[in-house]
Ligand binder design. Structure first.
Ligand code: HEM
Length: 507
């Protein structure tokens, strides 16, 4: 077969240097096309589910129902769905065991990328991992002393944040609980009196909202524009300001630690700054106040908002279903008497109905519609041959599973004792349906390598604060008003931040 004449002439009239350059360019183009086709083909084997109606709008403002619809059609298979950040892959439950312990080199948590971390936190990316590594290693080891702080915090700080309320008084629940949890968590995780510093508490309480809004606004722009656009986002500038101020507030605490360490009788305190210092693989990081400030703010963002949203939702539900106020109050009263008048970790385990009430609240209104968000760094081939292409963002549709009628009868109904009853259906069930239990049907705290390490202390905190409030107050909805709504935005479900409940000191 001969080349067409015009091509022969073209080749004959060119120097060999030109021809080599041309051949190289053509080879490169062919390689790029083939590579993109190969990636595309792999991705194309996964079916795309498009929710009915305006699916883009639904992703932002009707996310739980759009995902429930998608899940109901693809319960047992991997499927792709449009999201405002590109196509993401929804996993069926049967892949969780195989994927949950994959190493970070192949399948890390997607949270840093989701927040566009480099714009928010100007430190080397891998150093942000000190937070979860430190927490996984040390938090639950120190649970007893953390519990004592959580109990004292609930008893002494709750009456400061919640007013006396001699008569029925409207209270904006979310901001009140947010400040309370910020203070208690600062005491638990940092200590050193920082929980009394108003500026730190203000920073801690507003930080999550600001990082969330900053990354949401940045994502609106194509990546090439973000390096410029970042300077025009007020919330992002506020994040940078908080990073700077947090550094100034933490520096004296670090300096004091360094000074005290020289003392032979020094006993290392139990706090998350120490956990991170112990784990810092780069010695420079041990006392770097800029890095510590960012890590503590991230830890606050992971722990404060999640816990305060859950407590807020529980209070909304107590006001909506007042008959449970009496049931939970009686349970707490009996457990506290049995414990001799002071809560212990063992006595917390007696609050089975309270545990169930909180878990049912989380089933209905967890802060995220999806969990187990991971990034595939390489193509992962599963045992059944299914491939998860490199570069994919993967998630588990937790909220949709929470509303699966085959798993939860009458899933739309709020049944506060649902999990209490499940625990008592057979002896083996006792540990399976606790607030902190993790199975493919209960994924509110994620699963595997990156499952929430704070869930035990969060569970104690929520119970301690609810027990305090149940003992001191009655609650009810405002006249003629229903339960404050849940605000939906993309994969987030927020309890109405303006929602008010009537509180009255018990008579
Ligand atoms: C009701 C309260 C909470 C809820 C619902 C919650 C939920 C979650 C979820 C869904 C994840 C991601 C899990 C995954 O991807 O598999 C997570 C991660 C995390 N949570 Fe929580 N959390 C709560 C409270 C806390 C508290 C109180 C702390 C700290 C004291 C904490 C520390 C963390 C950390 C450090 C991570 C990252 C873990 C990692 O990437 O390895 N959380 N949490």
């Amino acid at each position: 077969m001969s080349l067409p004449t015009s091509l022969q002439e073209f080749i004959a009239t060119r120097s060999s240097v030109h021809l080599i350059a041309l051949a190289s360019v053509l080879t490169l183009v062919a390689f790029l096309i083939l590579r993109s086709l190969a990636t595309k083909r792999l991705d194309d084997t996964i079916p795309l589910y498009t929710p009915q109606g305006d699916y883009k709008k639904r992703w932002s403002y009707d996310n739980p129902h759009a995902l429930r619809e998608a899940y109901s059609q693809n319960r047992n298979s991997l499927f792709k769905i449009w999201t405002s950040q590109g196509h993401w892959l929804a996993l069926p439950a049967r892949y969780l065991d195989e994927l949950k312990m994959q190493p970070d080199t192949k399948f890390p948590s997607a949270l840093q990328s989701f927040f566009l971390g480099p714009y928010l936190w100007p430190v080397e990316k891998w150093k942000l991992d000190y937070v979860h590594k430190g927490l996984h290693k040390d938090l639950n080891k120190h649970l007893p002393s953390m519990f004592a702080d959580a109990r004292d915090g609930a008893n002494t700080m709750t009456p400061v944040e919640f007013p006396e309320c001699k008569d029925w008084t409207p209270i904006k629940v979310h901001p009140t609980v947010l400040r309370l949890v910020s203070k208690i968590n600062t005491k638990l995780l940092i200590g050193n009196g920082l929980e009394k510093n108003k500026e730190w508490i203000d920073i801690s309480a507003s930080y999550t909202k600001n990082i969330f809004l900053s990354s949401a606004k940045l994502r609106v722009f194509h990546p090439v524009f973000r390096p410029v656009v970042q300077y025009f986002i007020p919330e992002l500038r506020d994040v940078w300001r908080c990073n700077r101020r947090a550094k100034e507030l933490l520096a004296p605490i670090l300096a004091e630690k360094i000074k005290q360490e020289r003392d032979q009788d020094y006993k290392k305190p139990v706090d998350s700054i120490e956990w991170i210092r112990d784990d810092a693989s780069d010695p420079k990081d041990k006392n770097d106040s800029h890095l510590h400030a960012i890590l503590q703010l991230i830890l606050g963002a992971l722990s404060v908002n999640t816990t305060s949203q859950l407590i807020t939702n529980c209070i909304y539900n107590l006001a909506t279903y007042p008959e449970y106020t009496i049931i939970l109050r009686d349970e707490a009263k009996a457990a506290l008497v049995e414990a001799g008048g002071e809560w212990t970790m063992d006595s917390m385990a007696k609050l089975e109905k309270t545990d169930s009430f909180i878990k049912e609240t989380l089933r209905h209104a967890g802060h995220l519609t999806l969990t187990f968000q991971r990034e595939a760094k390489t193509t992962l081939t599963l045992k059944d041959g299914t491939q998860i292409p490199a570069g994919s963002t993967v998630f588990f549709p937790t909220n949709a599973v929470n509303f699966d009628v085959t798993l939860y009868p009458s899933p739309e109904r709020f049944e506060p004792l649902r999990f209490y009853n499940l625990r008592h259906t057979s002896p083996g069930n006792e540990k399976k349906f606790q607030l902190t239990s993790i199975t493919a049907e209960q994924m509110q705290f994620g699963m595997g390598r990156h499952a929430c390490p704070g869930r035990a202390i969060a569970s104690h905190q929520v119970k301690l604060i609810l027990a305090y409030l149940l003992d001191k107050y009655d609650f009810k909805l405002k006249e003629g008003q229903g339960r404050p709504k849940t605000v939906l935005f993309q994969t987030n479900q927020f309890p109405d931040p303006q929602g008010e409940i009537l509180f009255r000191a018990r008579r």
